[in-house]
Design a protein around this ligand. Structure first.
Ligand SMILES: Cc1cc2nc3c(=O)[nH]c(=O)nc-3n(C[C@H](O)[C@H](O)[C@H](O)COP(=O)(O)O)c2cc1C
Length: 238
């Protein structure tokens, strides 16, 4: 048993990892205080440590501080959001319109994370059967950044209600590079315990058990699985 434990993080490290995961939130309200450059470097460096198919590292990080660029992206959001709202009707549309779904101009930093699909040429180890693994790799980098930022007390909000082609033009992203994520970043007053969409009554997190199968699609977990995969809560002793 001792040797099985030899690679386990010491308890405070382990707790830190879980705390970052459970306390991460998508944030859409930011304080104007600037993010120190050194901190930004740390979270970008954490993003850059992500796993990537064939060590392709297909990402680029475009740090946006220019108010004019933000203003143009915000204008794109307003267009896209109007179209998005139109798919709902009645009460649902009213609720949608009350949601805050971006903070492009308020956030001190916007960050575009891109995927260069041709990086390292046509033969990337592991990418032959699933070409989209380059996109998945880029999303891994985003999640690293999101968690590292949380540990630093910095909020991140992912804005996907945007026309990627229009935003790519504003950011002068080359045609063969894909805009994967547009993020708002900044200090926040507090991180809520639950997703904002849950609090607003839009959607709620489903229990792990409802998405967990064993051995074949649709097979429910054995009775004992609850012990291993039980729902952890922030602050719980690990
Ligand atoms: C790929 C992706 C795109 C998202 N796009 C938006 C968005 O455009 N606007 C928004 O307010 N939240 C967006 N979110 C945030 C989700 O609504 C949020 O992650 C979810 O409600 C769970 O809340 P939590 O991240 O605080 O746990 C996005 C999240 C992901 C992962």
């Amino acid at each position: 048993m001792a040797e099985l434990r030899s690679n386990t993080f010491p308890p405070p490290w382990r707790r830190g990892v879980y705390e970052a995961i459970y306390r991460r939130r998508d944030m859409r309200k930011f304080l104007p205080a600037p993010i120190p450059d050194k901190l930004l470097r740390r979270v970008l460096h954490a993003a850059h440590q992500a796993g990537s198919v064939g060590l392709m590292q297909p990402w680029n990080f475009l740090v946006i501080r220019d108010p004019e660029v933000k203003r143009r992206v915000k204008a794109q959001f307003l267009l896209a959001n109007e179209a998005a709202a139109a798919v709902y009707e009645g009460e649902r549309r009213l609720l949608y319109q009350r949601l805050t779904l971006e903070a492009i101009e308020e956030a001190p930093i916007n960050l575009a994370v891109t995927c260069d699909r041709s990086r390292r040429g046509p033969h990337v180890l592991g990418r032959h059967t699933i070409p989209d693994t380059d996109l998945y790799s880029t999303v891994c980098a985003v999640q690293n950044l999101w968690l590292a930022a949380r540990a630093e007390g910095v909020g991140v909000g992912w804005v996907s209600i945007l026309d990627p082609a229009a935003v790519s033009r504003i950011l002068e992203i080359p045609d063969d590079v894909v805009l994967v994520a547009y993020l708002c970043m900044g200090y926040v007053t507090r991180f809520p315990d639950a997703p904002t969409l849950e609090t607003a009554g839009w959607e709620s997190r489903v229990p792990l058990e409802s998405v967990l199968y064993y051995d074949r699609w649709g097979r429910r977990p054995p009775e004992t699985a609850g012990d291993v995969n039980g729902n952890h809560r922030p602050g719980e002793t690990i």
